[in-house]
Design a protein around this ligand. Structure first.
Ligand SMILES: C[C@](O)(CO)[C@H](O)COP(=O)(O)OP(=O)(O)OC[C@H]1O[C@@H](n2ccc(N)nc2=O)[C@H](O)[C@@H]1O
Ligand SMILES: Nc1ncnc2c1ncn2[C@@H]1O[C@H](COP(=O)(O)OP(=O)(O)OP(=O)(O)O)[C@@H](O)[C@H]1O
Length: 306
């Protein structure tokens, strides 16, 4: 296998993490249909691996528990990423993209975005394009609002529609349990429900919370738990009322706090340490209010060539 810039390689594999939004402040709908955000991302250690191999035509395959829900045509974000990089560098997108998927699909954890960022970095390395990091980030932003963060990882404040990133310092590791729901939620549908619930209301400018940024900088889990917030949570709960039962189950199992992850329906529980994570995960599975529970810590790095 190869590193960045090495040509003639037979295949390149990139590992990309999932994200949780520790704060998601949402403004009113913009004329272009998007919403301005103050979006505090944290990359967590659940990963997809994207492998690209030279082939006669562009082809996508996927393995993993949720693989049947992943589109294998040109709408796959990984395929779109490769086509954009090929067009920009005057190449044909002749690769086989294989996705080993462990991030829940349509779960609010940016799984598709991870694959887009992963395929982009993998083809950049396979082809030795010499495209700059800033150009790669521009392509990510064209692919979707969450995609730049999947490339960067760690922790970052996303403004604009979430694509303009400022890297944040984090003073420790935070432990999480993710309750995976049955079925997904559509991100546009959740934003649409946010608009419906806020019709006639003056929605304030989204602003990052000083207390939350301070808790991240200190690595203080109790303070972070008190500051977690997601303006899409009411909309996700409106579309999927049963998520309230999952949130209650995680909190009564001893989580410091719980919230809907991004547009949901995955719920995220911040816990004190790795032992607490195992206990809360077992209690969530036992409660029967979720399909599965996953344990992960963050921050972790963004997309990396293996
Ligand atoms: C909910 C989050 O995951 C939080 O990080 C993101 O805001 C969603 O990011 P994403 O999945 O990359 O979304 P995109 O592919 O850019 O946009 C999908 C759709 O979500 C809605 N959308 C997305 C981002 C944003 N700032 N405002 C929006 O209203 C729009 O309806 C848009 O058409
Ligand atoms: N590589 C991919 N993996 C998963 N879904 C993909 C991919 N490419 C396109 N999709 C489509 O995107 C939809 C959303 O999937 P994804 O897993 O990215 O959702 P999500 O985690 O809720 O995203 P986000 O948190 O960024 O809003 C899927 O239902 C699927 O149709």
């Amino acid at each position: 296998m190869s590193g960045t810039g090495v040509t003639g390689a037979t295949s390149v594999t990139v590992r990309v993490p999932a994200k949780v939004n520790v704060q998601l402040a949402v403004g009113g709908a913009r004329p272009d249909g998007f919403h301005d955000l103050a979006n505090v991302f944290l990359a967590v250690g659940l990963y997809d691996e994207v492998t690209v191999t030279p082939a006669d035509t562009l082809r996508v395959t996927c393995e993993g528990p949720d693989a049947s829900q992943v589109p294998l045509d040109r709408t796959n974000l990984a395929a779109r990423a490769v086509e954009k990089l090929a067009a920009r560098t005057g190449r044909e997108a002749r690769v086989h993209i294989h996705i080993a998927k462990d991030i829940p699909v349509a779960g609010g954890m940016a799984g598709g975005s991870a694959d887009g960022a992963g395929a982009l970095l993998a083809c950049d390395a396979l082809w030795g394009t010499g495209v700059s990091r800033d150009e790669l980030l521009d392509i990510c932003a064209e692919l979707g609002s969450d995609v730049p963060f999947s490339l960067v990882g760690g922790a970052a404040l996303g403004t604009g529609r979430g694509e303009k990133l400022r890297v944040l310092e984090v003073g420790g590791t935070f432990h999480w349990v993710f309750a995976v729901a049955d079925g997904g939620l559509s991100t546009p549908a959740v934003y649409g429900e946010f608009d419906r619930l806020n019709a006639g209301v003056e929605v304030p400018e989204p602003v990052a919370s000083g207390g939350l940024l301070g808790a991240l900088a200190k690595g203080d889990a109790v303070a972070l738990a008190g500051a977690l917030s997601n303006d899409l949570q009411a909309a996700a709960l409106s579309l999927r009322p049963s998520l309230a039962l999952t949130l209650a189950a995680g909190r009564s199992a001893g989580a410091l706090a719980g919230l809907v992850s991004g547009s949901g329906p995955t719920t995220a529980f911040l816990v004190r340490d790795a032992d607490a994570a195992v206990k809360v995960a077992a209690a969530l599975v036992g409660s029967g209010t979720c399909r599965a529970a996953r344990v992960a810590a963050g921050p972790v790095p963004g997309a990396v060539v293996l």
